[in-house]
Design a protein around this ligand. Structure first.
Ligand code: FA5
Length: 336
């Protein structure tokens, strides 16, 4: 019995098996316990010796069981540790990381350049009164220049702004006749057909400087400096006379094409130049309507197309890439 019991303990492979073995020999109905119960049937003088023997077997068995129990526990722990161990040499799981959209990055660069020249950043609503979008910009109702900027109307008097110029009038009103030096980046909307260089929703940055003795040379100097800081000192700029009802005189600024270096290619439509903004000296009527005395103050304003600035900077030849959310396009800008 002793040998059988010890062998059973030795062979137990799990704590469950060990516990079953212990019950089988040492439990209330276990073999060894039964044996002790039958002691009454022995002759009285044999009882002490047999009792001693059985008790010593019992102790030995109990010790063997607890040793084995410890052993099995350690083994289970080792197995669990092995199972749960982390292989630090395995390649990590990659996860997609977002990045700044190239247009947002361009806006930040534009803001940095102008803030560096002493400008503040102003803001205005996208849904705008006809008054600020057109009338305060010297385009009364039925003015033919309104046709150049057909828009989406909400009501007869409320529309999606067609340019960032209404922020000029709003800023002048809030400054109440004091000097102004702001840029205002934001969305604009037009009923233009979408193509490689036009979108029905796009972004502009307005600029407005009003003070005493502001001249056309300030406009040219500021915008030339902007182009050099944005594109590099080697890029050339040129100003062409143009017309906008809210400035006099008006101009447009072109930057030499980076794609062909000015020789002419498909990006610049073979001209060597790309137009990025409209500008001019603020019209006296516009100053007057927003509470400034045109005899005392002069100013210049400009409005640049942010997508155009970005296309020129990154050599992108279709504006629609900026809005399609194609990850193959956007991932090229993750380092911005
Ligand atoms: C204007 O919007 C004037 N408000 C700019 C201005 C401001 C002139 C202050 C004088 C003084 P224009 O319509 O040309 O002008 O637009 C300016 C720029 O916005 C364009 O050079 C172009 O880069 C961009 N732009 C205009 N329409 C679109 C369009 N549908 N999609 C993408 N960019 C556009």
């Amino acid at each position: 019995l002793r040998a059988r019991a010890m062998e059973a303990v030795r062979q137990a492979e799990t704590e469950q098996e060990l516990s079953e073995t212990r019950v089988a020999y040492l439990g209330k109905k276990g073999e060894l316990t039964q044996f002790l119960r039958q002691m009454g049937q022995l002759a009285p003088k044999e009882r002490p010796a047999v009792g001693k023997l059985v008790n010593s077997i019992r102790r030995e068995l109990e010790e063997a069981v607890s040793r084995k129990e410890k052993e099995l526990k350690e083994q289970a722990l080792a197995e669990q540790l092995a199972r749960e161990s982390v292989d630090v040499t395995l390649p990590g799981r990659t996860f997609d990381q977002g990045s700044i959209h190239p247009l947002s990055s361009i806006v930040e660069q534009i803001e940095d350049i102008f803030i560096g020249m002493g400008f503040q950043v102003a803001d205005g609503p996208l849904v705008e009164w006809d008054y600020y979008n057109f009338e305060a910009m010297n385009m009364p109702k039925n003015h033919p220049a309104r046709d150049m900027q057909d828009t989406f109307y909400i009501t007869e008097d409320i529309l999606m702004r067609t340019h960032t110029s209404p922020v000029q009038a709003r800023t002048m009103e809030s400054r109440k006749g004091k000097p102004v030096k702001v840029i205002c980046p934001g969305f604009a909307f037009r009923r233009d057909d979408d193509d490689a260089t036009h979108s029905h929703q796009f972004s502009q940055t307005e600029g407005l400087v009003i003070d005493k003795n502001i001249a056309m040379s300030d406009l040219k100097g500021t915008l030339t400096e902007f182009a050099h800081r944005m594109y590099g000192e080697d890029r050339r700029v040129r100003f062409r006379a143009s017309y906008f009802p809210f400035v006099e005189p008006g101009a447009e600024m072109d930057v030499s094409c980076a794609n062909c270096g000015g020789d002419g290619c498909h990006v610049c439509k073979k001209t060597g130049w790309i137009e990025i903004l409209g500008a001019g000296m603020v019209h006296p009527r516009v100053l007057e309507m927003s509470g400034y005395d045109p005899e005392k103050y002069t100013g210049f304003a400009f409005g640049m197309g942010i997508e155009r600035v970005a296309m020129l900077k990154y050599g992108v030849d279709d504006i629609r890439y900026y809005f399609n959310n194609d990850l193959r396009f956007l991932r090229q800008f993750v380092s911005l």
